[in-house]
Design a protein. Sequence first.
Length: 522
Amino acid sequence: MNQLDFPILSVMLALPMLAAIICFFVEAQTARILALATTLVTFVLGIVLWANFDIGGPQWQYVERVDLFGNFAWALGIDGISMLLIMLTVFLMPICIGASWDSIQNRVGEYMAAFLVMEVLMIGVFAAQDIFLFYIFFEAVLIPMYLIIGVWGGANRIYAAYKFFLYTLLGSVVMLIAMLWLVQDAGSSDITVLLNHDVSPEAQTWLWLAFFASFAVKMPMWPVHTWLPDAHVQAPTAGSVILAGVLLKMGGYGFLRFSLPMFPEASEQFVWLIFALSMIAVVYTSLVALVQQDMKKLIAYSSVAHMAIVTAGLFAFNRQGIEGAVIVMLSHGLVSSALFLCVGVIYDRLHTREISRYGGLANNMPKYAVLFLLFTMASIGLPGTSGFVGEFLSLAGLYKVSSWATLICATGIILGAGYMLYLYRRVAMGELVHEDVKAMPDLSIREIALLAPIAAVVMWMGVYPESFIAPIRDDVGTLVSRIERATPEGDANLKMGQAKPVTEGAAASQGHEAATGRGESH
């Protein structure tokens, strides 16, 4: 199933790791150039990955497998969902290196090595087909992020780094125990086998809770989200970009890859919990964002609200909800990264993130104001931007299950418009009253080169979302057919005593599988 007859995934892991080792032994400028060149080459390999991905072909493509010992194997392979998340990773990494070009001046080689290692581990998370290999990548990614916050972060970086590490590690210990039980029960650690293994409903409950303990922190879901604002505020700009852009998506990917298909009955059993936490998160964190005076904290709290839309969409158990959740993950990865870059641009000039210190930037930084406005509108979900597509699909899918949950989650869009437009007005509009703000120059060529590609993709996703939905359509159909037996009966479209219908996503996927022979429903 490796259509290139070339181990492209292993190469995408090996190149950044090799470059990371070299970065320890070269001078600062050489480390910067090497890191940028390596991430650009990896991005080109990602484009090759997407260009040769067979939409409508086998679910698992670019498969590589080398059995090592026992149940453990070096097993890599991707479906459409994995491919898009890998593309998000390799797209953002050169931007992170570019954002750190001038702002990081101490221990540059180690800094670049940390980012390259993190790229390896993030690609590994999305490409792993062995559950233990997934776990190694999933947990190891904490280490370079911990170092980036703890060594190159702000004044309170040690506290933020410890909090980030401890929160995200503790839940994963429970998940490892659940993985060991699951592998013993199924007789295999191959994720493609486990996806079609039926676990008893009683065991599913405990396994689901164990996986939830890890994925909920990674998302992050309320109330285990408190590590995120501290981590964002203390992290350097590029650290915030990759944390919001990719690391938060690993929790959503875990729900998609493990919790829903492997434990469908337990997922249905805990839908009320997911919806309750999502509704609280959307409203609470949006209100908290409204009163923030630190730009990074405001964007961090907005991330929690957006990720709540993802969890609500995923657990809607239908095609629209799940496709929308994936698009929200991709859109948020781009938009939040761009917003953190926008904060970094003015922080590099004035060395403060206090909103009250700015005002009137549209007068002397018009290019910056235009791009900042675009990303603000995308965060709100303006039609024509990436934010609209995902949120509309997620809420449409959610409405089929719960009209009340949809109503409350939709308030996040209204509140999001409130805090994002309030931020933009205070930063970019009005009169220039501070002399040091008047002296701030507009975007440099380097800064335009960082923000313009993200702006282009945000518009592309908003105007022609089919480019991003097509690769995941069959995979979502396969997932829906797997979980269809546990689809919750919703208050929005079912009456008391009415038989549960087969969802349109399941029907479509079953028809597709009948025509192509792809996948098994159970």
